[in-house]
Write a protein that binds this ligand. Structure first.
Ligand SMILES: [Zn+2]
Length: 486
């Protein structure tokens, strides 16, 4: 498959022509959520961005195997193996079993992903479901001489690895800088080197989530799950590995080291990272009090929000920024996206009502080329959306009789708009469907009948008159009440 697609690769710090290892197959692994609390908006942005990438690759004809994991074990509070286990801590706080915490927040995560209209991944493996694979990988790393066990915990030997390999290949940071920013080892520490990280962690007696291993009862370190699961489902080397930018320096750096040590091959050809969120110009974080959850956006229930914004407005808003740029939330920006989204969808609905002329005064093929050029330039959705607004102008102008399109151009425009708006950007119409209206009308007719039965004619008349004002006519007959749009 000849591709015009250019992808920015964090590993090489440049845009490269996308050449999958085994076209038309594409293997894509994205680090999923740690399901110990409600999914935060930064994560949602990452998953909406990779949904765009997944959709566009499929649109181009690639057969993508998209793997996105669920971290349900092994993630300690600090990224460098310190602090409590997040699940055990939350389980104590909510007085639930750790796996109840996992189930609760996995369901919540899936619901948010559904509202954002993201396509589910092909495989969604969990860390707890792949303990055997992780233990096997740790054994192989020990066998290769790059890991050691101390008192039931297994550490990756970063110093030894660095003799032959570039540990900081992904971020290009100096190893000395890294060392300078890492605390000195004390008498309590079992690990040999300051940068060494845990592959397997000995479980304390109070630890609820634990498994038997060659090194005693314990649980996997956070980084090993992604190396083990990506290897299992996508092979030693696959095409795209993605995640939030905050994962690059530690989690992904360690993943590369683990996979190299075990498989003697680079795990992924292209590393892709999404940038962070800001609110009114400052970094979004819970501690700063400016981090809102998806449902707070959907209900408007947050001090910083002036009203509610629908999931599609928020999705559209996210896609109006390039995935590698920071995305700044503000009421003004969300308000503008809401207007823009509605304007775009109204034009899409007008497409089937446009008059056909004998000739065209607009070149749809040029527009199509510009749309694909935008997406081929590292999935540049904001530029694509700007092109679609050019189409909105044309659609409105044709509808008003100020421009004209012949049948061929009109068909091309319909196909292009529907492909870009629905298939690639993954937007959905939020207008209530006829099915929803039927259910609402059944309810109103029942309430009106109940009012009449109680001889509350003021209420029953009120319902009939109000519906009439909305363009709906009720008709009473012996067999019951029916309705019609006027
Ligand atoms: Zn990961």
């Amino acid at each position: 498959m000849d591709s015009q697609l250019q992808v920015y690769n964090t590993l090489t710090r440049q845009k490269e022509v996308f050449k999958p290892i085994n076209p038309p197959l594409v293997g894509m692994y994205v680090c999923g959520p740690t399901v110990y609390s409600d999914v935060h908006l930064g994560n949602c942005r990452t998953f909406v961005s990779f949904d765009l990438i997944y959709r566009y690759l499929q649109h181009l004809g690639y057969k993508v195997r998209y793997v996105r994991n669920i971290t349900d074990a092994g993630h300690l509070e600090g990224d460098r193996d310190e602090g409590d286990d997040k699940f055990t801590k939350k389980a104590k706080l909510e007085q639930l079993e750790p796996m109840e915490i996992v189930q609760k927040y996995t369901l919540g995560f899936h619901e948010v992903m559904r509202l954002f209209n993201t396509l589910p991944p092909n495989i969604e493996p969990s860390a707890t479901g792949h303990i055997t694979e992780q233990i096997e990988m740790v054994k192989q790393i020990i066998d290769s001489g790059l890991a050691y066990e101390v008192n039931g915990t297994v550490y990756f030997d970063v110093e030894k690895y660095s003799k032959d390999q570039n540990y900081t290949i992904l971020t290009n940071r100096e190893l000395d800088d890294l060392l300078a920013n890492t605390r000195e080892l004390g008498g309590q520490d079992d690990k040999k080197g300051r940068l060494d990280f845990a592959l397997w962690i000995k479980a304390k007696p109070e630890h609820l989530m634990r498994w038997p291993s060659p090194w005693g009862w314990g649980f996997p370190g956070w980084h090993i799950e992604c190396s083990a699961m990506s290897k299992k489902y996508l092979g030693d080397t696959f095409d795209i590995h993605g995640g939030g930018l905050d994962l690059a320096a530690t989690h992904h750096t360690n993943e590369i080291a683990q996979s190299q040590a075990c498989n003697h091959a680079e795990p992924a050809k292209y590393w892709m990272h999404t940038n962070m969120l800001t609110v009114n110009g400052t970094r979004m974080s819970k501690s700063a009090g400016n981090g809102f959850l998806p449902f707070e956006l959907f209900t408007g229930d947050h001090p910083l929000l002036s009203r509610a914004y629908s999931p599609m407005t928020v999705r559209f808003f996210m896609l109006q920024a390039h995935y590698r740029s920071t995305l700044d939330f503000s009421n003004e920006a969300l308000e503008a996206s809401d207007k823009g989204f509605k304007r775009l969808m109204s034009a899409v609905h007008l497409l089937d009502k446009l008059p056909v002329a004998g000739s065209s005064d607009y070149n749809v093929q040029d527009l199509s080329k510009r749309c694909y050029a935008a997406m081929n330039d590292d999935f540049n959705s904001p530029v694509l959306i700007a092109e679609l607004f050019e189409a909105v102008r044309v659609i409105n102008s044709v509808y008003d009789g100020k421009s004209k399109l012949n049948l061929e151009s009109l068909d091309q425009l319909r196909q292009l708009m529907k492909a870009m708006v629905f298939d690639v950007l993954g937007l959905q119409s939020e207008e209530k469907s006829e099915g929803d209206l039927t259910a609402i009308m059944d309810l109103l007719i029942r309430l009106r009948n109940e009012a009449k039965a109680k001889q509350d004619y003021a209420t029953s008349d009120q319902i009939r008159m109000s519906l009439q004002e909305l363009g709906i006519q009720l008709k009473d007959s012996k067999s019951g009440t029916t309705w019609d749009k006027i």
